[in-house]
Ligand binder design. Sequence first.
Ligand code: NZQ
Ligand code: ZN
Length: 388
Amino acid sequence: MLGNFSYHNPTKLYFGEDALGSLKNEMKNYGKNILLVYGGGSVKKSGLYDQIVAVLQECEKNIAEIAGVMPNPTVEKLNEGVVIARNHQSDFILAVGGGSVCDYAKALSVSVHCDDDPWQKYYIRFENPDCTIIPVGCILTMAGTGSEMNGGAVITNHEQHLKIGHVFGDEVMPKFSILNPRYTMTLPRYQMIAGIYDIMNHICEQYFSGEDDNTSDYLSEGLMRGLIHASRIAVNNPQDYEARSNIMWTATWALNTLVSRGKSTDWMVHMLGQAVGAYTDATHGMTLAAVSLPYYRYIMPYGVRKFARFATEVWGISRDGRTDEQLAKDGLEAMENWMKEIGLVMNITDLGATESMIEGIADATIILKGGYKVLNRSEVVQILKASL
Ligand code: NZQ
Ligand code: ZN
């Protein structure tokens, strides 16, 4: 393990088919004014909205609502929410939806009492909140982002062609999250698959870095093996509760701050994917899938031993006298085959990106330093072109 670290995760989880039963008890811990935040309507269609409102009414809460939080929530929607929350004097924000709704709730929690412009403060200057933060709880309906147990909040600014994530600290992480795998069963297939790849890539981002022998990497390998197994079952039968519950639990552990402890992390696939997202507004997991193989094939020579380990430990490829280079290639090929098998989008053209956007997407790509190769701008352009 590298360096010194602390580990603490303040989010309390309720998992399983009866998880919503804990909402009433949790609500006792917070004030009267509850701001209910949700997306474009799936929660009304599924009946979950009615169930939640019934609990809040039973608890005699004053409910205000922000509906229509879109996938890849925008800065305009954030600013609109600030006004609603101020008028309502919200004591608590209850997010019901996928990563977009949970992220939005967290961004809102640090923006309502912020004297500054939240976009500038948190997403351009990356400052920490210094105002009162409204506590957040999540009722998750989509597995993928890990937003239910982390401090991440990604906001898109279409005018500036930027999609940026701020990872806030413990004080912004959800106080509790309710995870019922049944809720994810109404997801369209495209979203289920995008979520599965988002999970896979969160683990890869934290795995493909460093040369040290690290417990976090062994945990990651187990999570990846379990995810690949469950994904195959879920793709064939989306109603398989066991597979969907394993996917949901893996999503949480893939990005709840655990598997990054004591090691460096990469996150360049996310930087490329977010920049593609800023230009296309495409589904997050698909943007990652579309840039992943060109990126990994490019950096693989700089981290060949880890890519070889990925082949043997995650994909079960036997060494059989193969060199690390050969194994590394075979491992990525196995990942490519699995990605195609489950139906992911494999290029950015299919997401609406064009050659003329490449320079702009490269400008919007934040270059990070934790992976096997620190890219320069022309390498970013090269990888994006290979992703077309
Ligand atoms: O809006 P509704 O009608 O609810 O429909 C949503 C949306 O259209 C639908 N959906 C969700 N649950 C459903 C459902 N439809 C039917 N049944 C259900 N049970 O799915 C669509 C996508 O939802 P969204 O919340 O956008 O998906 P996801 O969970 O993938 O979240 C994506 C956002 O999270 C950010 C992404 O950048 C993106 O903005 N991320 C957040 C992270 C974090 N907090 O750490 C990390 C991730 O890497 C990611 O960047
Ligand atoms: Zn992601």
